[in-house]
Design a protein. Structure first.
Lengths: 309, 264
């Protein structure tokens, strides 16, 4: 196996598998992540997100398969980790040391100078509290300190596991804006989170895994394009159902009847037309609405059915 | 490795000072008990000392100057075992091992820097303890009526240096034992309990059923080495055995760390 890959991908995995005894945490995962932008890593609890991130960081050795991070073999993390920053699961620090000293331990370890500590503290807005003991920080401040730690090396690739955990709404918005800003600066940011609305707002692309396997990989809008989009039409009187069905047939609108009403897939844009037709033919509608899945609905559907994109 | 060493010093500085302080306090306490309580302990042993404790004749001899440190060697070793175990296991218990490995993915260097910092801390702690022990001996000798004439000779100084170096080496082996136990158990309290339990109690029980085992088992070898050898095992033999134990502990610690998945 080659130790480097010449392509410009941030991450490239081929059949990556991790087994813990009889349990397969990550199963034959193949994915390619282009450089730059914010990428969401989604999956239910136990899907294999953290195990995947740990394999990318060299904390866990893959059982099978191959992978490259920034062009280097995932089994040789020392070749690329100087260009990678990470927050793995909960933010953890030495509670008796100040926030600044916690960063200093990591900066010294990574060969980063003190000026960079000031820069990352400013980025996460902790400058005024940097000399307080990390043990006295709120969870939100710990999250921000952890993000600061992940940025110390000014990395090309940043892996953040649940960076908005425990943050209040204002803190979540701050982190979201920070991630978008970092993504626009040319860095590749991979974020795992359970807050799907946040992922939808911040991420250009998504990777969804379930039970250790890839379910979806691609642009966020592409996933949302797959979202169910139906027009729900329910007449006031059930006796009007057949008349309504004939009107939709005339306009070549596909539908399915369910006894009380009709559901027309992909016809949400035709709601005005349907309303007008019904009115012109004396049919009163009790319900006319668009039934559109959001990211959460699509995520739940995909992770239950394991459809591969 | 220098970077990991410096990083460890920032994190472990306060604990190291406390550890060195405890070592010195134990030495001062043991020295005080030796000088103040030697009459109670005096018995049939050479020099008047009973149950292994030095008597007045021993204390007035050239080795009397450093007798406190020699007697406190086991206590100092226990402190070192606890310090090494705490330093190694603490990062697993807190989860900071993940951050450290993101900063320095070369595991051998990360552990090497930690061990280097701990070694320097142990050497400093034992050196301070030696100074404290000798200071206490000089202060207490007039009170106990012990002559200090022999303590200012060249042989007394070289003897003190030799004993200090022996205690340093033995203390490091105690520390290495703590490190491998902590690496395997990933728990400081478990490692300390198992380590102290085995070395102080377990081996004594084994000696009861296999009386020659103390000649070559870890705790017995540590005692033999710090006391300069016994009739059954020479100082040189105990040094070789101790070096083998140290090497085994260190290699095992590095191998386990190198191969382990960081799942905590």
């Amino acid at each position: 196996m080659s130790t480097t890959s010449a392509n410009g991908l941030a991450i490239e995995l081929h059949g990556l598998t991790k087994e813990f005894g009889n349990i397969t945490a990550v199963n034959d995962l193949s994915v390619r992540v282009e450089r730059g932008g914010v990428i969401g890593l989604l999956g239910p609890n136990g899907a294999g997100k953290s195990t995947t991130i740990r394999m990318l960081l060299g904390l866990i050795a893959p059982t099978h398969g191959s992978g490259h991070v920034l062009g280097h073999d995932v089994r040789s993390p020392s070749a690329y980790m100087q260009r990678v920053g990470a927050l793995v699961e909960a933010p953890v620090f030495y509670p008796k040391l100040s926030g600044r000293d916690n960063l200093r331990t990591l900066a010294v370890l990574a060969g980063v100078d003190n000026e960079r500590i000031d820069e990352v503290l400013e980025i996460v807005d902790l400058t005024g509290r940097d000399t307080d003991r990390a043990g006295d920080y709120s969870l939100g401040m710990k999250q921000r300190l952890a993000i600061a730690a992940s940025l110390l090396k000014d990395p090309e690739l940043v892996l953040l596991d649940e960076p908005t955990n425990g943050l209040d709404p204002a803190g979540i918005v701050e982190i979201r804006e920070l991630l978008i800003r970092l993504g626009h600066s040319g860095k590749t940011i991979i974020v795992s989170s359970h807050l799907l609305a946040e992922i939808q707002a911040a991420c250009d692309r998504l990777i969804i895994i379930n039970r250790g396997s890839l379910v979806f990989e691609g642009p966020t809008h592409e996933l949302l394009y797959q979202a169910r989009n139906e027009l729900v039409i329910v007449p006031e009187y059930r006796s009007d159902l057949s008349k309504l069905a004939a009107l939709l047939d005339e306009k070549d609108i596909n539908f399915a009847a369910n006894g009380v009403g009709l559901r027309a897939p992909g016809a949400t844009a035709e709601s005005a037309l349907v309303n007008r037709l019904a009115f012109e033919h004396g049919v009163t509608l009790r319900e006319l609405r668009a039934d559109v899945e959001d990211l959460e609905d699509v995520f739940l559907r995909l992770t239950n059915t394991r459809e591969i994109n | 490795m220098l970077r990991t060493y410096k990083s460890e010093l920032i994190r472990f500085r306060k604990t190291a000072f406390v550890g060195a302080g405890i070592m010195a306090a134990f030495t001062a306490l043991v020295t005080t008990l030796t000088f103040v309580g030697f009459e109670e302990s005096a018995g049939p042993g050479p020099g008047g000392g009973g149950r292994g404790l030095p008597g007045p004749t021993d204390l007035a001899a050239v080795d009397g100057l450093i007798s406190g440190l020699a007697s406190a060697a086991t206590m100092i070793g226990i402190v070192a075992l606890a310090l090494f175990a705490t330093s190694v296991a603490r990062d697993y218990e807190r989860g900071t091992i993940r951050q450290l490995l993101v900063g320095e993915p070369r595991r051998a260097l990360l552990l090497g820097g930690k061990v280097l910092a701990l070694l320097i801390m142990v050497f400093a702690g034992v050196a301070v303890s030696a100074v404290v022990g000798m200071g206490a001996a000089f202060a207490l000798a007039p009170v106990a009526g012990i002559s200090t004439a022999a303590w200012t000779t060249t042989s007394a100084v070289s003897g003190a240096i030799g004993t200090t170096v022996n205690v340093m080496i033995a203390t490091v082996v105690w520390g290495f034992a703590g490190a491998i136990l902590a690496m395997v158990t990933r728990s400081a309290s478990t490692a300390i309990t198992v380590g102290i339990g085995y070395l102080l109690v377990g081996e004594q029980l084994l000696t009861l059923v296999w009386d020659t085992s103390s000649d070559w088992m870890v705790s017995g070898t540590l005692t033999t080495f710090t006391s300069g050898g016994t009739a059954a095992v020479s100082y040189g033999q105990s040094a070789v055995l101790l070096a083998l134990y140290a090497a085994a502990f260190v290699v095992a610690t590095f191998v386990v760390f190198q191969r382990r998945d960081i799942t905590d």
